[in-house]
Every structure is written in C-alpha cells, then in structure tokens.
Design a protein around this ligand. Sequence first.
Ligand SMILES: *Cc1c(COP(=O)(O)O)cnc(C)c1O
Length: 421
Amino acid sequence: MSKKIFPLNADKLEKIIEKYPTPFHIYDEKAIRANMRRLFKAFSWAPGFREYYAVKAAPNPRLLQILAEEGAGADCSSLPELILSEKSGIIGEKIMLTSNDTPADEFQKAIALGAIINLDDISHIAYLEKNAGLPEIVSFRYNPGPVLEGNDIIGKPEEAKYGLTREQIFEAYTIMKEKGIKRFGLHTMVISNELSENAFSATAEMMFTLAVELKEKLGISMEFINLGGGIGIPYKPEDNEVNLEIMGENIKKIYEKIMLPAGLNKTEIAFESGRAITGPYGYLVSTVLHEKKTYKDYIGLDASMANLMRPGMYGAYHHIVVAGKENEQPVNTYDVTGSLCENCDKFAVDRKLPEIAIGDKVIIFDTGAHGHSMGFNYNGKLRSAELLLKEDGSIELIRRAETIDDYFATLGGFAGSIMQE
Ligand SMILES: *Cc1c(COP(=O)(O)O)cnc(C)c1O
C-alpha cells in the first residue's frame, strides 16, 4: 500500500491559489531530491551508476537542474530536449540521446554537446556518419523480439518499433569496431510502468548475458549497460511500490553471477527513468466549476485532458482527493471530467469521493511525470502553469500558464493579423 498524501494543507493551498489560479501542476522538490538519492543509494554497490532522467517525463529546466544537482543526467529524444538539457547545465556524457526515427539536426546537436548517442537502428550508423560524423562512444538499443513479455503500454517487443534485433546487434557493433570506435554501451527498454522488481531482474539478466556474448564474440567490453526506464509507480493506493533497494540487491546478484566471471567488472549500470523519479511528486490542482446530474453524476473541473492525458488516453487511474475533505467518507460516485468535446476527457469514472461542492479544490495525484508534458492545445485549451514547492515551503513559478497570445503566436495570415490589430 502506498500512502497518498498531498504535501500542503487546504489553507496553504488556498493561499497559493490566490496568487496562482488553477489549474496548475505543483512539484515537491524535497520529495524529488530524497527519491533521487534513494535510487543512487540502492545502486551504490555498482561500479558506477547513472540515471539519465527521461526529459520527456517533465521537461522543465528547473526540475532538470534539481535532478542534476542530485547527480542525474538527461535522456533526450528531440532537439528541444537536448537544448533544454544544455540550458539546465547537463552536457557531455551526462546526456544520452535515445531517440528513434532521428533527424539529422538532432544527431548534430548531440555530437556538438558530446552526448552519448544511442542508435535505434543499424541503418542509423551510415546516416549518423554522413550527417554528423561518428562520436567517440556508441550505444545501440536492443530489441529482444519475442522473448520477453512486455506490458500494455510498450506491448510485445517484437511489435515495438524500437531497437535492433539480436542479429543486427552483433553486426552493428562489428561495423562500429571496424570504423575504429573503441568505447561502447548497450541499451534496452522493454518494460513500462512495471511494479514488479522481478521484471528488472529479468531485463538485467538478458542484458548482462548479451554483454558477455558481445565480449566473447567481438572482444568489446561495454562501458555501460542502460536498462532503460519503466520503473512503475503506485498510481492506486493499493498498488505495491517498487522497492528500489530490493531491485538494486537483485541486480547486484545477477551482476556478480554473470558479469564478474566474464571479467566485466567495470561496466556501469544506467537507468533512464522518468516516471519513478518525479511521477509521485507532482500534483494537478484544479477547481470544481460544475456539477451535472444526468444519467450519471458529473463533476466538471477547470482542468482537462489537455493538462493530463493519461486517464483519457490509457484509461489510467489517477488518485483524486478533495482538499480539506481528506478524512470525509466517500459517499458519492462521480465521473470527474474536463471540458474537451471528447467523451474520454475524464479524470475518473465512477469514482467514490466525498460530497463535492462547486469551488472545491480537487487534487489529482501522480502527475509529476508524463503529466504536463503530454499536454496539448486541442479545443483551444491552454496548458497550465507549473509550480515548485521548494524545500523551505515557498512556491516558485517554474512555468507560467499559456495565454491566448501564446495560442495565436504560431498563426500567420488572417489570424495573425487579427491578433496584431
Ligand atoms: C519514455 C522513455 C523512458 C522513461 O520511461 P519512464 O516510464 O518514465 O521511466 C526512458 N527511455 C526511453 C527510451 C523512453 O522512451
């Protein structure tokens, strides 16, 4: 069981809302830092441990800066993400470019930053060489095919567009070796939002075994093995939390069993987790605008799927609490909705909650990763602000809310000229 507790009481929240109108996402700096330290500690046995925070999870430079202070690097998959990392002070091999269908400018920027390039396909070797030149260190993303069970979000590896096949992996490192590359890494990402520590053991075993084979067949020793992201979080109060310490211990045993006898005692372990790092420490705060009673009882918020896509997109559960009513009985069953003209724009369906009144503040949990960042402007909805609850309890605006002017800023011609009048 995970405890779902919002770090602010209702009075403090009201004061914040006076200054920063809802909806907004708010992130808990202290909890994020503590969590980052916990992950590093769980892998302190490893000869080197790296976490490349998946920038797409929460692409805010202030958050990246905090994570960098705790030792994290950045996992990027677009040019803006590379630039965001650079501006946040994360450069060189603290960046891993794990993209796919990669455009030339992304490779060029990654090379310019000295980032580690993780190639998604064997054909990208020639593309990279032609468009950006070869880097000093190269990594490939492995797709094991129909060996490992994936899960709902990533699906079956053999159906996933990512990575090289087993055969291609051997060929790719051979090509790179012939081209004179001397430093190598290996990467995979086969699971997503996984709550079982065993899944990570299975991934580690698969990757360590592959690294040993690559050493035996090609004579190359991996500098690092990146096990990807995919560490899950307990979205539901009754979900188990991944025990990072147990996960670290399990992987240690596998490392000792497979890597050490093969003489691979320097290979560093990396993750590129996003969700597990910031996910539980972000909250979407919203105000109840309407209650509607038809065939069902609907609570309409001032936030919509544009602020948090996961429930509408995946039917994902996000825990909901009404500020100041944390201890009240869940006496009603509501659908909690946004205002998009899409019936999937619901934060919760048939959710048991305390009696809700217009004006109540609703807190939607676990929006610290893949929350604000998945936002979009469908239906002319504007993306919300992001706030940081700092360690000293003060609030910092780390992204202002979008305005109508922002919405019109990219429009040319007729609409553009209207806005200039
Ligand atoms: C999305 C993604 C991640 C982060 O996944 P989480 O579920 O947030 O840990 C890491 N690596 C790659 C390649 C990704 O696409």
